[in-house]
Design a binder for this molecule. Structure first.
Ligand SMILES: Cc1cc2nc3c(=O)[nH]c(=O)nc-3n(C[C@H](O)[C@H](O)[C@H](O)COP(=O)(O)OP(=O)(O)OC[C@H]3O[C@@H](n4cnc5c(N)ncnc54)[C@H](O)[C@@H]3O)c2cc1C
Length: 538
């Protein structure tokens, strides 16, 4: 039987990124994927007739520019176009629009509160400062503070230096920011409820926490720290849907000689004498490899695909305790035409923005109360976009695809599986909420697909369908992600590595975990590093 240098398990964008950098270093790599298509949660699929859609992730910003450039993803078809602003519809018929143009943004905020319009500059500068601090560490391995290795000590000193450079007040602020709730953070700047509601959404997306829960200010940062074409905080659409990201990375991987096998689900990671020797597939085949790199989430890797006896008990326990809770659903809709929104003037640029339908902090928190009660939010926070306004390639001429990301949607209803009636009722909740603001919306619906966390788990294999492969709270970040002592992509088993979103710096279509893992593996194998240096505080 042939022995590969490396077997990568899972052809999501992180698995493909790790595979690409390993193949570029001359390793003989095979990437095995359980589905008959690649991409994991960054995928474009057929929704209905000639409608294509991003069925999980839907907008792009976090993808590290170093990786885009190094793998020459543009040559493999990736094109990301920024889209503009956001809008929050209000129950009183008004709306709050957020615009890229500074003057327009100021005037719109001042319509609600001059104080808030003036405070926005300080808010942006403070939030951007936190972004610049964290961006520097995305494409690097989190140093272990207990290690005495020169590499870890050097990195700790570097981070400490950057922290000190911030100045006294900002050092205090940074620690507060990383641990406080998004509601408290926004209260420090703004007084208008709808403005706070509009900004607070980024603090809860993909998170089983409410706007008043400690740690949600950091989640907001996670959604601001990306960029499109160097514009930090901007979001864009990948032309052809998010599958274009995975397809382009797969193109780079295959161009470097890598092998891709679909319909090759891994049943077991094989361990002999404390070292991995390969994988056993669900169809009974075995593949031998010197190194196995898992892009599956940490629970699926260690609790589902391995024997408990192959792992130290303390490590196994830590993995059991790792928080991966389902809190988000999706409703994907094929539309016969473009919906209109009563509050928006015809031709408003906000038609190509992301749209929200909750206008107060009270309603934001109530949405979370439903999740805690084991059911979907009856007045949900919906992040809705119509990508076909900017990218007509995804639907027939004049038709549209609408993506609704919904917070909150539990993994189980009151502790048991969803029934099809409940799934239908969840979809109806979302459609009704949008229809309150758009008179022609319901008549345009040709097809609607409802996806609960259970559906996401069944399709992509992410535990509880948690979009980040694990909560992004301080206890699960940096050197604690996913498990203290194992945050550098290695595992307790010799030759077994992790490269998915359960590892630093976490979830989102960022490709950083995959790249960071490849760098560590190449270093262990004493091969030349092919992973680019971080652009740092660019
Ligand atoms: C509904 C939803 C909306 C999101 N929206 C956004 C967004 O708009 N923007 C953004 O940046 N991020 C978004 N995210 C988050 C982002 O998509 C994910 O964090 C990211 O794609 C995860 O990538 P990954 O490569 O680490 O893992 P995954 O994409 O989960 O890939 C893991 C791969 O492993 C495969 N696999 C699993 N088990 C096995 C097995 N036993 N054998 C072989 N293969 C296996 C899976 O099929 C999958 O292909 C969203 C996620 C979801 C679910």
């Amino acid at each position: 039987m042939k022995t590969y240098d490396a077997i990568v398990v899972g052809a999501g964008h992180n698995g493909l990124t790790a595979a690409a950098f390993l193949a570029k270093a001359g390793l003989d790599v095979v990437c095995v994927e359980k589905n008959d298509y690649i991409g994991g949660a960054a995928v474009s699929r057929n929704l209905y007739k000639d409608w294509w859609y991003s069925n999980c992730s839907y907008v792009c910003s976090l993808l590290r520019p170093e990786i885009y450039r190094s793998l020459e993803l543009h040559k493999h078809g990736l094109q990301v176009t920024p889209y503009g602003g956001s809008v929050t519809f209000m129950e009183n018929g008004d709306y709050y629009g957020s615009y890229h143009d500074e003057e327009v943004a100021y005037r719109e905020m001042a319509r609600f509160s001059r104080q808030d319009a003036d405070a926005y500059k300080t808010y942006s500068a403070d939030t951007m400062r936190q972004c610049r601090f964290i961006r520097d560490f995305l494409l690097s391995t989190a140093p272990d503070p207990t290690s005495l290795k020169p590499k870890d000590i050097r990195e700790l000193i570097r981070i400490g230096g950057k922290f000190m450079e911030m100045g006294e007040d900002r050092m205090y602020d940074t620690i507060r920011f990383w641990t406080m709730s998004v509601a408290e953070y926004l209260d420090e700047y703004f007084e208008t409820d709808v403005i706070k509601a509009a900004f607070s959404g980024s603090g809860i997306i993909g998170t089983a926490l409410g706007i008043h829960s400690p740690g949600t200010a950091y989640v907001l940062l996670h959604h601001y720290m990306g960029d499109v074409d160097g514009n930090v905080g901007s979001w864009g659409f990948a032309r052809g849907g998010m599958g274009a990201v995975s397809q382009s990375i797969a193109g780079a991987y295959q161009a470097a000689g890598g092998e891709l096998r679909t319909e090759a689900g891994v049943d077991q990671i094989i361990v002999k004498n404390g070292k991995t020797t390969g994988v056993a597939l669900e169809n009974g085949d075995e593949i031998a490899g010197r190194v196995v790199v898992s892009a599956m989430d940490v629970k699926r890797t260690f609790l589902t695909c391995m024997d408990k006896g192959d792992l130290p008990a303390s490590f196994h326990k830590r993995v059991e305790n790792f928080k991966i809770r389902g809190s988000s659903g999706k409703v994907n809709i094929a539309l016969d035409g473009m919906p209109t929104f009563s509050a928006l003037p015809e031709g408003s640029s906000l038609y190509s923005s992301d749209m929200h339908f909750i206008d107060s902090m009270e309603r934001m928190e109530r949405a979370y109360d439903d999740w805690k009660d084991g059911t979907w939010s009856k007045d949900p926070y919906v992040d809705m976009v119509i990508p076909t306004v900017s990218d007509p390639t995804m639907a027939p001429p004049g038709k549209h695809f609408m993506s609704c990301f919904v917070q909150y949607c539990p993994y189980q209803i009151e502790g048991r599986s969803w029934t099809s009636d409940e799934k239908g009722a969840f979809g109806k909740t979302v459609i009704d909420q949008i229809a309150n603001y758009s008179p022609n919306f319901k008549d345009l619906i040709l097809h609607a697909e409802v996806r609960t966390p259970q559906d996401i788990e069944a399709e992509i294999g992410i535990t509880e369908g948690n979009i980040f492969h694990g909560e992004l709270t301080m206890d699960q970040l940096l050197f604690n992600r996913p498990v203290p002592g194992y945050a550098q992509y290695r595992s307790p088993v010799d030759g077994l590595y992790m490269c998915g979103s359960s590892t630093h710096p976490g979830g989102g279509v960022m490709a950083a975990p995959g790249a960071n893992a490849a760098r560590e593996i190449l270093s262990d194998l004493k091969r030349p590093n092919t992973v680019p240096e971080s652009f740092g505080d660019d």
